[in-house]
Write a protein that binds this ligand. Sequence first.
Ligand SMILES: C[S@@+](CC[C@H](N)C(=O)[O-])C[C@H]1O[C@@H](n2cnc3c(N)ncnc32)[C@H](O)[C@@H]1O
Length: 262
Amino acid sequence: MTQTEAPSYVDYSEYYDFAHFQKDDIPFFLDYARECGSPLLELACGTGRLIVPIAEAGYNITGIDLSAKMLSICRERVNRLGLSDRVSLVEANMTNFDLPEKQFALAYVPLRSFTHLFTQKDQLSCLHTTFAHLRPGGLFIVVVFALNFSVLAKDSEDSFRVLREFDLPDGNHVVQSQRFAKHDRAKQILYFEFKFEEKDRNGLMVRERTVPMDMRYTLRYELQLLMERAGFEVVDVFQDYEKRPFSGKYEIIMVGRKPNEK
Ligand SMILES: C[S@@+](CC[C@H](N)C(=O)[O-])C[C@H]1O[C@@H](n2cnc3c(N)ncnc32)[C@H](O)[C@@H]1O
């Protein structure tokens, strides 16, 4: 069967913007946009959490995503804000896309979306494909989580724990909880489940759903070797959006450069 939607996001795309209100990476990517200039490429752009501020700052950006639902929310938002001249949205897999533009100045795959690639073959395919879409000297930034090694000892958790609560525009209230469901050490995949319990203003359950949220962990030097194998020079590795050097904790924010032609 051909996969047309990223399974984890189809079932909660309408909650995504309330569950993922993170903003601390926006100035970081705006800084790189200033340094590199247009055009920009975001892999796995989702509902446009980052596309919008980047386009509002005047940059031309292409966003690709596997999920038609996430992209339709993004498209509606971009149109509503009058940004459609600067934004191009394409439904595609980040492992094998082919865009008419092959001279992007900056590409990035933020918010750990690269962890949704579950095999080294898919990871390399994403890195090679992105490399082919960059101009010489162009940058590619990959963000994945730094593995907390205590997780390696765990097999699973029985119960859900509450991650966050949020209100929807219609007044309904959602409790989002998470369970660590399975650990495949051979494949380096952590299988999580997100549960969303939506209640109306009177506290009556409107909907309850559980969706998978699986992530492959990649260590710092593993990621560096993959980037280098695809042709990138790794120029920086940060642990956070304040650009502190990588220390083993928080994120692995790896900045690769496509070498200039000799
Ligand atoms: C955590 S969200 C990130 C969205 C957005 N970049 C942000 O920062 O808010 C992950 C996104 O990855 C997309 N995705 C998962 N696998 C993908 C793939 N192989 N190719 C393209 N997009 C993918 C999902 O559809 C989802 O929109």
